[in-house]
Design a protein around this ligand. Structure first.
Ligand code: ADP
Ligand code: ADP
Length: 228
């Protein structure tokens, strides 16, 4: 795990006609869990995609553990992302899905990779699903697998893009508790995008409010909502 720092980050589309992210500076301390809220189109996804290396910033700097990774390829970055639609490989088993990320990012042998996957699966309560394919799983199980696939890599930084919004209310509460438990056990440096203010309040060490590509407010949940 490591500190994540964004310095004056900027992203333009359509040769500058759209400014998706503007002058965004933010420090996520080692082990800190920051939730990001704001209206649709305010730049939440674009910010995560830049940190993941899926999109190049038009300006500014991204540092992980002090190292400038702004121009580093996504595959070289020790960043894991969990998506709303799970993004699992449909033709691979749960074991293969979870082991795949490990193959890209570590020098472990095949046996060691499988062992790491089994340990993580046990921690997530999905050890019985390892031979299943994604379409045999419920939405909640798929999201556990997606979460497990990210966790097994032990990344420096975790990015969550509305991971619970496809789940029903009950499952959302269960998974929220699960993520909080993992956060307490593992101390994951995280940016967690959500449109659910209550989720942002209860999960975040801090909340970031984005508006029109700009950071409008950042602070502890209590301070942000008492002094809007
Ligand atoms: P959010 O995740 O908060 O809904 P996004 O980061 O997806 O917001 O989008 C921020 C802004 O950038 C929006 O105005 C969106 O239309 C625009 N945008 C995002 N991706 C692209 C793209 N590939 N091309 C052009 N405009 C984009
Ligand atoms: P989100 O639900 O995260 O806000 P969107 O539905 O806004 O995502 O965008 C989904 C995809 O479409 C993204 O890859 C984004 O880059 C792209 N996109 C968003 N807005 C635009 C746009 N105005 N022009 C082109 N692509 C866009």
């Amino acid at each position: 795990m490591a500190r994540l720092t964004l310095e004056a980050l900027r992203k333009e589309y359509d040769r500058g006609r759209v400014v998706a992210v503007e002058d965004l500076s933010l420090d996520v301390e080692d082990g800190e869990f920051i939730t990001v809220v704001g209206p649709s189109g305010c730049g939440k996804s674009t910010t995560l995609r830049m940190v993941a290396g899926l999109e190049s910033p038009s300006g500014g700097t991204i540092r992980i553990g002090g190292e400038d990774v702004t121009d580093q390829h996504a595959r070289k970055r020790d960043v894991a992302m969990v998506f709303q639609n799970y993004a699992l490989y449909p033709h691979k088993t749960v074991m293969q899905n979870m082991a795949f990320g490990l193959r890209m990012s570590t020098d472990l042998s095949k046996d060691e990779r499988r062992e790491r996957v089994r340990e993580t699966a046990a921690m997530m309560g999905i050890e019985d699903l390892l031979d299943d394919k994604p379409d045999e799983l419920s939405g909640g199980q798929k999201q556990r697998v997606a979460l497990g696939r990210a966790i097994v890599r032990e990344p420096d930084v975790f990015l969550f893009d509305e991971p619970l919004s496809n789940l029903d209310a009950k499952l959302r509460t269960t998974m929220r508790t699960e993520i909080q438990r993992l956060q307490n056990e593992l101390g994951i440096t995280s940016l967690y995008v959500t449109h659910d203010q209550e989720e942002a309040m209860t999960m975040g060490d801090k909340i970031v409010i984005l508006n029109d590509g700009k950071l409008q407010q950042v602070g502890r949940p209590k301070d942000v909502y008492e002094n809007p």
